[in-house]
Design a protein around this ligand. Structure first.
Ligand code: ATP
Ligand code: MN
Ligand code: MN
Length: 301
């Protein structure tokens, strides 16, 4: 029997040629994870991660002083990445346009880490056609105190309900408290159509199963239930991307999982940066082959 290697490989000196300043600086105090280890993690998952991250407008969660200190969400390209990170101009509501970040190489990923990035979040549409979503995401946000058992059941129920509409979906453990149910789309519809579908579908689910779901984001509505967060499906919204580290206490990671695997999970954060070797092998393995891929049109609802 092969015992999986749980420890991260040694810290790369210059991952993808990027010099990491202060690699010894602790980013996650609880686990002692350093900036160098974080850069090494991202360098080692860069290849599978780029499948989801590359060619997509991206927002970063940057925490230059480490997690738990001041963090901020960076949506726009402020020109502070020395030309190593790409960008795409996107039309704004007011008629102008803004440059959004596109992180499309290992060098770009590690450059973001060098700049204090912990999390990578992506639009639901590719950078080369931002008006046509290639995925819809239902972000299951459980009420505080609700066990993961309830989240697991809710995610499977959602998958079944989407299946009744002819839609194939995939699960991702967020690395936090919930599960994201991801529905790949063929880009035949625009944001208005996708948001409208997500809105109406979520309301219908909440109405049919009020014991389990609410489609209302108000915390007071959540009592013992799961907020079916469909608001990730508006133009300009993001969701955390596969293999992004989370700026949470234990350096946990958002990770694609199979529906069979979900049955066996006890939390939404089964892996941390220390599991990079396992994550890389999983990503290349047979079980996750085809995860997140389905050429399907949004049905009428
Ligand atoms: P959890 O499973 O713990 O809920 P999560 O990633 O789903 O983890 P949420 O708070 O539900 O966390 O947020 C869902 C998504 O909304 C995030 O992945 C992120 O892309 C986006 N988001 C959250 N906070 C912000 C913010 N302050 N600004 C912009 N987008 C945000
Ligand atoms: Mn969530
Ligand atoms: Mn949410």
């Amino acid at each position: 029997e092969v015992v999986p290697e749980r420890a991260a490989k040694p810290v790369d000196e210059k991952p993808f040629g990027v010099t990491i300043s202060h690699p010894e600086r602790v980013v996650f105090p609880a686990s002692g994870t350093t900036k160098g280890e974080l850069a090494t993690y991202y360098a080692q998952v860069a290849e599978p991660m780029l499948t989801w991250l590359g060619n997509r407008p991206v927002s970063l969660v940057r925490c230059p002083q480490g997690r738990g200190k001041h963090c901020f969400f960076q949506k726009h390209d402020g020109g502070n990445f020395g030309g190593k990170v790409g960008s795409v101009a996107i039309r704004e509501k007011d008629g102008g346009s803004e440059d959004y970040l596109v992180v499309d190489s290992g060098e770009a990923i590690v450059t973001c880490v060098q700049m204090g990035t912990i999390e990578f979040h992506g639009w639901g549409a590719p950078a080369d056609d931002v008006e046509h979503p290639d995925r819809m995401v239902f972000d299951l946000d459980p009420d505080e105190g609700l066990g993961f058992d309830a989240v697991r059941k809710a995610a499977v129920q959602l998958k079944d309900l989407l299946g009744e509409l002819g839609l194939v979906s995939f699960a991702m453990a967020s690395g936090g408290k919930g599960v994201h149910v991801v529905v790949p789309l063929d880009q035949s519809r625009d944001w208005v159509a996708v948001k409208d579908f997500a809105d109406r579908f979520s309301r219908a689910v909440a109405q049919a199963h009020p014991d389990r779901f609410t489609a209302n984001m108000r915390k007071s509505e959540r009592k013992g239930r799961i907020f079916l967060d469909w608001l990730r499906n508006q133009r300009g919204s993001t969701a955390v991307l596969p293999y992004s580290v989370r700026a949470r206490e234990a350096a946990t990671v958002a990770v694609p999982i199979t529906w069979e695997e979900l049955d066996t999970l006890e939390t939404a954060h089964p892996y941390t940066v220390a599991d990079v070797a396992v994550l890389f092998e999983r990503a290349a393995g047979r079980e996750l082959a085809g995860w997140g891929v389905a050429d399907q049109a949004l049905p009428d609802l």
